[in-house]
Design a protein around this ligand. Structure first.
Ligand code: SF4
Ligand code: SF4
Length: 373
């Protein structure tokens, strides 16, 4: 197993981290026997970093992970969990949450404590409720050992958060397709420059970088027999500031393949980087619409959220992930008119710098969505 030292801290984490978020359920309950087997396989093959959070698996994830990890010596692994602002309504609730989390996790300390999914809105709560004072106090009391944050917003917000506190670590979304998404690779380099250890989430872009259309997979397969997923793990693991790569493993074949990738970790070579560039180019070439999400076309006369529909369309055409498309579609139902409401007024077409024939593309998309749903 590849281990990474957290700069000058006395912390050595396995580069592969076990993300418990995606554990399989039956009737809303975690399939414990199956999940324990995955965790055991990972642990006995050298994984020493386990990540959970309050809301995962409808609030049941922390308790399950506590039960699973209780079977191993406490000093043989690092445990990460988070303060999730969607589940806390006041400073008082924030103050008391740690004791509940420690009880759930059956431990008297948490190694890595994150402020969960920080963005422009949640940092207002961090400031209003003086959350950094709260976690600092917990650290002094020995309830938590390292303070970090996970992040989902733009680069400017990322820098603002970095400047807020002397963070022990940070958790960001990064993979070879998302180098310009959220804080992007630019944000990673800021972490490296500041000596802040980086934990990676979504290295496979929610599983999208584990399988492609056959013609695209061929680009990797002609070069080696390694799994498609291993290329994405190796790409992000080749960045020296990356200390943990979380993988939300929920099937034994994924755990076995990941252990294989990380047991004798090989950084990406220049030749392999070229292959990855070819795969990226091939994926962009099958993108349905050349939309840059600039939103100049908005507001739409019929209140359709055009850029978000195009994002769904592109994701589906590039990765063919039906579950993701359905999830995005459900999210869109909450804040946008449906695409069949387009009255073809043409306002958006005039404003689009990419000269996209929006009504035509929406019609094409509607046909695919009819087929899908
Ligand atoms: S053409 Fe359709 S999508 Fe474009 S602004 Fe008009 S109603 Fe909206
Ligand atoms: S203006 Fe064009 S490129 Fe920009 S978001 Fe709208 S459709 Fe996409």
């Amino acid at each position: 197993m590849e281990y990474r030292k957290w700069y000058d801290q006395d912390i050595n984490t396995s580069l592969l981290g076990f993300g418990a978020m995606r554990l399989k359920t039956h009737d809303g309950e975690i399939d414990e026997e199956k999940a324990m087997a995955l965790i055991d396989y990972a642990y006995y093959n050298g994984v020493n970093y386990f990540d959970t959070a309050m809301p995962y698996t409808n609030g049941k994830n922390e308790s399950f992970l506590g039960k699973a990890l209780k079977r191993y010596p406490r000093d043989s692994f690092y445990l990460a969990t988070k303060m999730s602002f969607g589940m806390i309504n006041s400073r008082e609730e924030a103050l008391n949450i740690i004791d509940k989390q420690l009880a759930n996790l059956q431990t008297n300390y948490i190694d890595m404590y994150l402020l969960h999914a920080l963005n422009k809105n949640s940092i207002k709560r961090v400031e209003e409720w003086n959350v950094l004072d709260i976690v600092e106090r917990w650290k002094q009391e020995g309830k938590i050992r390292n303070i970090g944050f996970s992040f989902h917003d733009d680069y400017e917000t990322f820098i603002k958060i970095l400047d807020m506190y002397n963070w022990d670590f940070s958790q960001i979304q990064l993979n070879y397709m998302d180098t310009d998404f959220q804080q992007g690779i630019k944000g990673y380099y800021d972490l490296e420059e500041r000596g802040i250890p980086t934990v990676i989430m979504e290295p496979l872009k929610g599983g999208k970088l584990a399988h492609f259309h056959e013609s695209i997979e061929k680009i990797f397969k002609e070069y080696s027999d390694d799994s498609i997923a291993s290329w994405a793990f190796r790409w992000v693991g080749s960045l020296p500031g990356v200390k943990v790569i979380l993988s939300g493993m929920n099937e034994m074949d994924q755990v076995i393949d990941n252990i294989k990738t990380f047991s004798v970790f090989k950084p990406i070579t220049i030749e392999e980087e070229k292959r990855i560039d070819q795969v990226k180019a091939a994926l962009y070439a099958i993108k349905a619409v050349d939309c840059t999400a600039c939103r100049y076309c908005m507001p739409c006369t019929a209140e359709i959220d055009i850029p978000r529909f195009f994002a769904l369309y592109n994701m589906f055409s590039m990765y063919g992930d039906i579950d993701d498309a359905k999830w995005r579609f459900d999210q869109l139902k909450k804040g946008s008119s449906m695409i069949d409401k387009c009255i073809e007024c043409g306002k958006c077409v005039k404003q689009c710098p990419q000269k996209i024939d929006v009504p035509l593309q929406l019609k094409k998309m509607a046909k695919i969505m009819d087929f899908l749903f």
